[in-house]
Design a protein around this ligand. Structure first.
Ligand code: HEM
Length: 345
């Protein structure tokens, strides 16, 4: 048989302990699945979406109300994107809470973290493409954070927005980043990340001599489990997309001002809440970058998990990383909740 990427990811047998759902939660695999759904549904949307300020909002209305199965495809795209953020976050926490981030997986942990950031940017740029009254915060206040960065901010802002203030050029830039620039990066880093999982010895479990079970499962069994998981994922996504419509507001009339009651997309509500307590740069750029740097530093600065403690949740030697991750998660969730419950300004 000719070696291929598929065979690299699916060797003839793997230790049974590497494929336990209770251990991985299938979250990495589901992130791949959701990315594939996003690519297919996004490609279908491109047949009807018109990326110009006058036509963007109306074309989304057309997709939703006139195009056969348009609403379903749009809902699939929207829900896959939202669920991907949640599932990738769960995958990251699984990696931290099982101590799977240590050498030799340190670099792959960083690749994963970049994938998470890319997924957030893809969600953000896609959100702006709706070009309706609901996206004003993202378009005005969200992008102003770039402008607030000392020295390089204004130049970077022009690069992102295509002009010195929000306007028609921003739509072209966001569209190109969303359907091309960020997608190419996501695919490149994504394939590398998955390739590295095998390269680093598969999912983190104790070395053979310290394993509690010598059992292995075959490639066939692994593919069978992946197929079953994909079927369940498809059924859940179809159900959600059939019954819960993606948000839609009237098309945006003019782009330069921010409506008082517009708010950040849910995954950046915590940043919006932070901005209420201080300067745009320190609260909106510096603090999120510190959060990212702290997450990235975990495998490099905190003590390594002992090999015999791998392959299970909450190993004792991984306590510092677990506590740190828990504090960050609670802080982000707390701020998100505070922003969601706050009365409109
Ligand atoms: C779109 C985002 C992501 C995709 C598609 C993805 C995909 C995958 C897949 C398929 C696996 C193997 C199966 C599994 O563990 O469930 C994996 C493992 C891994 N991922 Fe990710 N991942 C993503 C994000 C992340 C993030 C945010 C991190 C951490 C910051 C991360 C770090 C790792 C590590 C360290 C492993 C090896 C785990 C182990 O050995 O136990 N990944 N990833």
């Amino acid at each position: 048989m000719r070696p291929s990427f598929f065979h690299h990811l699916h060797p003839p047998t793997i230790p049974a302990s590497q494929s336990r759902f209770r251990y991985t939660l299938g979250a990495g695999g589901y992130s791949v699945f959701l990315t594939l759904v996003l690519l297919v549904s996004g490609a279908l949307l491109m047949f009807y979406y018109v990326p110009t300020p006058a036509e963007a909002g109306p074309s989304i209305q057309m997709i939703t109300f006139l195009v056969p199965f348009g609403a379903l495809v749009r809902n699939l795209h929207y829900w896959s994107a939202q669920i991907l953020v949640v599932v990738a976050a769960i995958h990251m926490l699984r990696v931290i809470f099982t101590g799977a981030y240590n050498s030799p997986r340190r670099f792959n942990y960083l690749l994963g973290l970049s994938l998470f950031v890319l997924a957030l940017f893809l969600d953000f740029t896609g959100y702006v493409l709706r070009w309706d009254e609901g996206v004003r915060w993202a378009l005005v206040a969200g992008t102003n954070l770039v402008d607030s960065i000392p020295w390089i901010g204004p130049g970077l802002y022009r690069l992102v927005m295509g002009a010195s203030q929000p306007g028609p050029a921003a739509l072209t830039r966001f569209y190109t980043w969303h359907i091309f620039g960020l997608v190419v990066l996501l695919l490149g880093v994504g394939v590398w990340h998955i390739f590295r999982v095998r390269r680093d010895g598969g999912i983190a479990v104790p070395p053979p001599e310290q394993r509690s079970t010598p059992q292995r499962i075959s490639r066939f069994e692994l593919v069978r489990r992946e197929g079953l998981a994909a079927l369940i994922g498809t059924a859940v996504l179809l159900l959600v997309s059939a019954f819960i419509p993606a948000p839609l507001a009237p098309p945006m009339s003019e782009v330069t001002s921010q409506a008082a009651d517009s708010s950040a997309p849910w995954f950046f509500l915590w940043v919006q809440q932070l901005l209420k307590s201080g300067d745009a740069f320190w609260m909106g750029v510096f603090v999120p970058l510190v959060v990212l740097a702290v997450l990235g530093a975990i495998p490099y600065l905190l003590p390594a998990v002992k090999p015999d403690e791998l392959g299970r949740w909450f190993p004792r030697s991984g306590r510092p990383a677990q506590v740190l991750a828990l504090i960050l998660v609670l802080a982000v969730l707390g701020l998100t909740l505070a922003a969601a419950l706050a009365p409109p300004a």
